[in-house]
Write a protein that binds this ligand. Structure first.
Ligand code: C5P
Length: 223
């Protein structure tokens, strides 16, 4: 498949989602939010009464996911439809993210979602956001970015987002969750979170979205 791919991997809260969306928009390319597939698997499982410990049942949930991604207004999140219901907001909760990272440690679940992710590689190009886009799903991607930021910075960003949407949380609680999720994502044996050998690492701590975007465009030869 000669369609170009830019992979954006890194821990949660580093700004991958926003950067991926703006980049895809600017280039007119497709977008893959791979985390949404793990979140959908966790959500579909809980709706079907499937335990997050039941690997075989989770594989069948992942294989038979009936999900659609619908383009939205610029700047708005892509709408995600599961079994006909709009689950966009539910998918973004901390609980769903945490459950996603629990199902994501299971290699058979990852295998079940692999081809679905690769199917997003369509002309004229793809920007793929996740943890293992450059290492496992698109190892031949010509441009690989590993976007990171300090845990404290990521907690502050998440706090601002949640406060804007009216939820009450503390920075300390968010920091604990972020550290726990990092720990699980980096130390699992199945596709652990780490930069691909040929990835460009960008630390977004203290950078604006525009500054990050300019760096990525320069690495991709699209500046
Ligand atoms: O990026 P997002 O926060 O939506 O991802 C939720 C969880 O899904 C992550 O914490 C990670 O455990 C898992 N994930 C993964 N591989 C990906 C994308 C997400 O394991 N490519």
């Amino acid at each position: 498949n000669a369609v170009p791919v830019i992979t954006i991997d890194g821990p949660g809260g580093a700004g991958k989602g926003t950067v991926t969306q703006l980049l895809a928009q600017r280039l007119g390319w497709h977008l893959l939010d791979s985390g949404a597939l793990y979140r959908l698997t966790a959500l579909a499982a809980s709706r079907q009464g499937v335990s997050l410990d039941d690997e075989a049942a989770l594989v069948s949930v992942a294989t038979s996911l009936d999900a659609r991604f619908e383009p939205s207004e610029p700047g708005q999140p892509v709408r995600v439809i599961l079994d006909g219901d709009d689950v966009t907001a539910e998918l973004r909760t901390e609980r769903c993210g945490d459950n996603a990272s629990r199902v994501a440690v299971m290699q058979p679940v990852r295998d079940a979602l692999l081809q679905r992710q690769r199917d997003f590689q369509q002309a004229p190009g793809l920007v793929a956001d996740g943890r293992d886009m450059g290492t496992v799903v698109f190892p031949d991607a010509p441009t690989k970015i590993f976007l990171t930021a300090s845990a404290e910075e990521r907690a502050r960003r998440r706090y601002r987002q949640l406060k804007d949407s009216g939820l009450s949380v503390t920075i300390d609680a968010l920091l604990d969750e972020i550290r726990a999720r990092d720990e699980r994502d980096m130390n699992r044996s199945a596709a652990p979170l780490k930069p691909a050998e040929d990835a460009q690492v960008i630390d977004s701590t203290g950078l604006s979205i525009e500054e990050v975007l300019d760096k990525v465009m320069a690495f991709a030869g699209q500046a």
